[in-house]
Each structure stands twice: as structure tokens, then as C-alpha cells.
Design a binder for this molecule. Structure first.
Ligand SMILES: Cc1cc2nc3c(=O)[nH]c(=O)nc-3n(C[C@H](O)[C@H](O)[C@H](O)COP(=O)(O)OP(=O)(O)OC[C@H]3O[C@@H](n4cnc5c(N)ncnc54)[C@H](O)[C@@H]3O)c2cc1C
Length: 394
């Protein structure tokens, strides 16, 4: 596994260079551990300790609450870098980093709760994720009603249900849960703390992203105090677009582009060094191989220029964020589909050896596929683009 050392054209200044260097050092360590965790489907606790020790987990926390308040653009640079080392860890920590950025921007939590939570992140390295998906409600981005219920009790709520795809579950003490509140005909989002009424069933055994610990989480009349209900929307509707246009979800394309960049690096190095007996020089000199390398570059550059340009617009033009929703979806659509195509080409360049479990490409091939099943889903992105075109034309 190679971590690109050369200057990345998307790094614009010293601060970004420092952040990327820090992420690259972490990614190099994660890359060494990734094969074993992938093989075992085990959770890389030591990666998360490293992220906490490095202060990484507090980078999106607002400055006034002790964090670094990094921009969306900066977040994508470092998440992409982690993705080069280990897709599972990048995606997992991406939910935490992104959610904090989201709540920093929207301030949709009661401010005192947000302040004290940020303090926990800074001082103890507390992590956060949102457990929304359920077996029968499907992707929350499609607006399915949760079967998990919240019932009123003295001083709070009792939540019961089962969440699937609960990334980071082995390492979380604090998480958000979506639940139906029948009495109010609403879906609420609750901030939960782990307790003996909440258990993890180790169901996560997938072809890719095997080290994300995305198990089932079961709540059995788990208590949440009144102030843990942080938002609600009517049952049967999708939650209203948030004021930040949910741009925090760009941690997803950054992760998959990181995996694709690592696959590109591996294949290009292989091509420069593999000199079969049938040829006068390494396969990198073959026009067919250069064609594949060029196509990988075209796909990566298209996706990265789009991602960083949209992130920069989001950072610098806050008044226009809601109009960016179709583009933000497009970034994810282009990045994940291009990342899949890049890993495929990398494997074609390397040839049969790419199938070997002793090389990283087959893991990247499996990991990158998961991007299709993270939000927003391709068909929603395309529908949003179509709707805007229909509105724009007579
Ligand atoms: C690695 C990984 C990590 C994840 N981490 C988390 C996490 O931390 N928290 C979390 O909450 N979720 C997480 N998820 C879950 C993710 O967000 C999706 O909810 C999950 O992948 C299911 O999406 P789906 O589209 O397959 O499901 P479904 O919505 O059930 O869709 C299944 C199929 O049915 C079709 N379909 C279903 N309903 C509709 C509809 N209304 N309109 C059109 N087509 C429909 C879809 O096209 C698709 O082909 C994670 C997923 C992955 C892969």
C-alpha cells in the first residue's frame, strides 16, 4: 500500500498540507492493520484510539467549544487521505466527523446539550453516529417510517426496536436513534447513551467494509430523558432539507475516492515495476496499460474537481447552500461510480495477481462497492437533477 507523498493539487495552503500530512500518517498505520481486520471482520479499536490520540475526532468541533472548526473542504481532504489507508475506518469516522460539522452548522441541538457534548468529544474523544436504518424501513433517505418506537414515560422516553447497519457500534457510548412517536404522529431523533437496555448483535458479515462494526443495535425500553429528543418531523414525510443541505454527507464520496486513489497508486507502481519476460521493458510502457492509466486519471480528476469545487462553494457561499442540493448529490453519484470504475481498471492493469488476498486490490474492489448503498442513492440523485431541469425549462 502506498500513501501518495507528492503534493496534491487540491491542497491550497500550509494548514491543509499539515492536516493532510497528519491524516496520511494515520492512514499509513491503518493500511498495515486493514488486511487482518478485513479478513476477520473485526473492529479496529486501535485505529480509533489513534484517531483520538491525534486529536482527529475533535477537528470539526466548533472552535468556541475547544475544537478546530475545520471547513468542509478540509474535512474532505483528510477523509480522502484516511480512505487511502483503510476504507472501513474512513467511512466509520466520517459519520462522526460529518455529524459534528452538520450540528455545528445547523445548531439544531439545544445549544447547552451541544456545548457539553462537544466538550466530551474534545476531552474524552466521545464519538457519535446516527442509527437510522432498519430492516423493513430501508434507506432512511427514502423516508420510510421507523418501526422503532418511542413512548412517553416520566421525565423522558422509552425506545424499543432494532437498528441495522449501525456503523461504529462497537465503540460508541453515544448515538442518535430515529424512532416513531405514535402519540404525536412524528418521527423523533433521540440522543441515546449506552445502557443495559441497549445491546449489540454482531450481524455484520459483508463482502466489503467489513471492519466498520455495522452490527444490529437492539433497544429494549431504553430510557432517554426529555431533552434527548433533539428533532422531530411528521410521519410519512421525509425530514425537511436542513439549512446546511446535508453537505456533511460528502465524507462518503471522499472515502470512496480515497480507496480509488490507493488502487490507482498501487496499479501504477505495479505497472512501472512489473517487467515480464515477454517484454523489453515494464508493462507501464505498453499503450494498452497507459490507456487504462489515463482513463483512471480522467475518472479521478473529474470526480475530485467536482467534489472540491462544490465543497469550496459550500464553504464560501453559505447563502447559496440549499441550491447546491442537486450538485451535492451529483458529487456522491460521480465519485462512487467513478471510484468503482477506477478500482476495476486498476485490477485489469495488475491482471490475475489482483485477485490475490495477499494484495490490497481485492479488498478495495469489495470495499468500494459499498458506496452504492450509502446515501444519497443514485436514483434519488438523478431524480433531483431531472426535477430541476424540468423546473428550469418551459
Ligand atoms: C457500509 C455501510 C455503512 C452504513 N452505515 C450506516 C449507519 O451508520 N447508519 C445508518 O442508519 N445506515 C447506515 N447504512 C445504511 C444505508 O444508509 C442504507 O440504509 C442501506 O444500505 C440500505 O439501503 P438500500 O437502498 O439498499 O435499502 P432499501 O431502501 O431497502 O432499498 C432496497 C432496494 O429496494 C429499492 N427501493 C426500496 N424502497 C424504494 C423506494 N421508496 N423508491 C425506490 N426504490 C426503492 C431500492 O432501489 C433498492 O434497490 C450503511 C450502509 C453501508 C453499506
Amino acid at each position: 500500500m502506498t500513501i501518495a507523498k507528492k503534493k496534491d493539487p487540491f491542497i491550497r495552503n500550509e494548514k491543509e498540507a499539515r492536516l493532510v500530512e497528519m491524516a496520511a500518517e494515520l492512514a499509513a498505520r491503518f493500511a498495515e492493520r486493514a488486511p487482518l481486520h478485513d479478513r476477520e471482520g473485526s473492529f479496529p479499536f486501535e485505529n480509533f484510539q489513534d484517531l483520538k490520540d491525534a486529536g482527529y475526532v475533535a477537528l470539526t468541533v466548533p472552535r468556541e467549544y475547544g475544537g478546530e472548526g475545520i471547513s468542509l473542504y478540509e474535512l474532505l481532504l483528510i477523509q480522502e487521505q484516511l480512505g487511502r489507508g483503510d476504507g472501513s475506518t474512513a467511512l466509520s469516522i466520517g459519520w462522526h466527523m460529518g455529524l459534528i460539522l452538520h450540528y455545528r452548522t445547523t445548531r439544531s441541538w439545544p445549544e447547552e446539550l451541544f456545548r457539553s457534548f462537544c466538550q466530551e468529544v474534545v476531552e474524552k474523544g466521545t464519538l457519535l453516529n446516527h442509527f437510522s436504518t432498519e430492516r423493513m424501513s430501508g434507506s432512511p433517505s427514502r423516508g420510510g417510517t421507523p418501526q422503532t418506537t418511542a413512548k412517553k414515560t416520566d421525565g423522558g422516553w422509552l425506545l424499543s426496536g432494532r437498528k441495522t447497519f449501525s456503523t461504529l457500534s462497537p465503540v460508541l457510548d453515544t448515538f442518535l436513534v430515529s424512532a416513531s412517536i405514535a402519540a404525536r404522529n412524528e418521527v423523533g431523533v433521540f440522543l441515546m447513551r449506552s445502557s443495559d437496555r441497549i445491546t449489540i448483535e454482531e450481524t455484520w458479515d459483508t463482502i466489503g467494509m467489513r471492519a466498520t462494526g455495522s452490527h444490529d443495535v437492539i433497544l429494549d425500553r431504553a430510557f432517554a430523558p426529555d431533552d434527548a429528543l433533539i428533532s422531530a418531523y411528521p410521519i410519512g414525510q421525509k425530514p425537511k432539507a436542513s439549512s446546511d443541505a446535508s453537505a456533511w454527507l460528502l465524507h462518503i464520496p471522499a472515502c470512496y475516492l480515497g480507496i480509488a486513489l490507493a488502487a490507482r497508486d498501487f496499479a501504477v507502481s505495479f505497472a512501472k515495476n512489473y517487467h515480464p519476460a515477454s517484454l523489453p521493458s515494464p508493462i507501464a510502457d505498453l499503450p494498452t496499460v497507459q490507456q487504462q492509466i489515463g482513463l483512471m486519471e480522467a475518472e479521478l480528476l473529474t470526480a475530485r474537481h467536482l467534489m472540491y469545487a462544490i465543497a469550496d462553494r459550500w464553504d464560501t457561499q453559505p447563502e447559496g447552500r440549499l441550491e447546491l442540493i442537486p450538485e451535492l448529490g451529483l458529487v456522491k453519484y460521480v465519485a462512487t461510480n467513478h471510484a468503482i470504475a477506477v478500482v476495476d481498471k486498476a485490477m485489469r492493469i495488475v491482471g490475475g495477481a489482483s485477485l490475490s488476498r495477499s494484495l490490497p486490490l481485492e479488498r478495495m474492489y469489495r470495499d468500494v462497492r459499498a458506496g452504492l448503498h450509502n446515501p444519497p442513492m443514485d436514483e434519488n440523485v438523478i431524480r433531483n437533477l431531472a426535477q430541476r431541469a424540468l423546473e428550469q425549462c418551459e
